[in-house]
Every structure is written in C-alpha cells, then in structure tokens.
Design a protein around this ligand. Structure first.
Ligand code: NI
Length: 161
C-alpha cells in the first residue's frame, strides 16, 4: 500500500493532456494500486493519474461497490440530459462550486488487462466520469463553475473527486 501526494491547482501538470496507455507494465499496475490507496486514504470519489503526477490516461472512481472502477483511455461515446450540482476536486482543497454536467454518459474504456468495455453512468457517477476525463485533458472543474467557488464547511462533502 502506498499513498501518493496529490498535486494541487497551480501545478502545471494538472493543465497538461495525459497520454494514451499503450501497454500495461508492472509500473502501470503499481500506479493504479497506489491511485486506489490514495483515493481511499483521502476519502475521494475519483482520482486521475495526473493528480499524482503521472500523465497517463487512467482514472479510478469509487462507485461505492466492492471494487472501484478503473478506466484506461476512457472516451465518452454517448451522453444526454444535464444536471447542475455541486462539485469539488481533491486538487482544489476546501472548495466547491456549481457545475452543469450530462445526466447520463456511456463511456468506452480499457481495463487493467487492456480489454475494452463500456459503462453507463447517471447522476453522481456520470459527473465523476466527466470530471475525471476532463483531468486527463488538462482541464479542472473550476473553469466550468457557474458563479463563484465556495469554501467547504461541511467536511462530509469535502473534495469528492
Ligand atoms: Ni478532480
């Protein structure tokens, strides 16, 4: 188990586009395992590789099931509707803001064996998927916030992604 430190806003790595994964190596497996440990350690809902300083198109999401989701080279292939709700980010500590995201997304990605799969997501999970895919493209949610960023007072909702 290894916890990696999380890069925060202002770090230029968070504004760079992450590269496609072409091969799963032992380093990739250690990275994914560390990303899961790091996400659980801080109680986040999602974490992208760039947030621990690695520019690879990988993110993990805790969908509150036994196994967290691991998505490699993810791509949104369908989306519909929209939901406006609060959003936060592990890389923007202590803040949240209002962002409109699709209500539904279908995402195509690869698993740890580089086998392709599709996953459908709605509501919070759809929001998390979009938020993490933005990270892989070097975008942080603060640029999408409607109105002002707010300080978190409710620690239970601290920095979910
Ligand atoms: Ni984030």
């Amino acid at each position: 188990m290894a916890i990696r430190s999380i890069r925060t806003i202002g770090d230029p790595i968070l504004t760079k586009r992450s590269k496609e994964v072409t091969k799963i190596t032992s380093r990739t497996k250690i990275l994914i395992s560390d990303m899961l440990d790091t996400m659980y350690d801080v109680g986040g809902m999602g974490l992208s590789a760039c947030q621990v300083g690695v520019l690879k198109r990988i993110f993990v999401v805790d969908n509150l099931e036994e196994q967290a989701l691991i998505l490699i080279n993810p791509r949104i292939i369908a989306q519909s509707g929209e939901i406006t709700d609060n959003e936060g980010c592990l890389s923007v500590p202590g803040k949240h803001g209002t962002v409109t995201r699709p209500a539904y997304v279908k995402v195509m990605a690869y698993d740890e064996e580089m086998k392709p799969f599709e996953i459908e997501a709605t509501q919070m999970l759809a929001r998390a998927m979009c938020h993490e895919i933005d990270h892989l493209d070097g975008r942080i949610y603060v640029d999408l916030v409607e109105g002002e960023l707010h300080d978190n007072y409710d620690l239970a909702e601290d920095d979910p992604y």
